[in-house]
Design a protein around this ligand. Structure first.
Ligand SMILES: [Zn+2]
Length: 69
């Protein structure tokens, strides 16, 4: 019998990282449609997470979406 070296799938953040979605815009502090992932904050304390911004806020603040870097 061949041993299967089964590695469990890496646990990813439960938050979906879809580039376009309805979500919370951290810049105008409200929900908007078509938000994009701007930054991923990695903090061990648990307060980290993903930061999204909507289209208008991206344009006004010259933000660069995380996927476009
Ligand atoms: Zn916004």
């Amino acid at each position: 019998m061949a041993e299967t070296n089964h590695t469990p799938p890496t646990e990813e953040d439960t938050t979906t990282t879809v580039p376009r979605a309805f979500g919370y815009c951290a810049w105008h502090q409200g929900h908007a449609d078509g938000v994009r992932l701007i930054d991923v904050i990695e903090q061990g304390s648990g307060s980290g997470g993903t930061v999204f911004a909507c289209g208008p806020c991206i344009a006004v603040n010259n933000l660069v979406p995380f996927a476009d870097r």
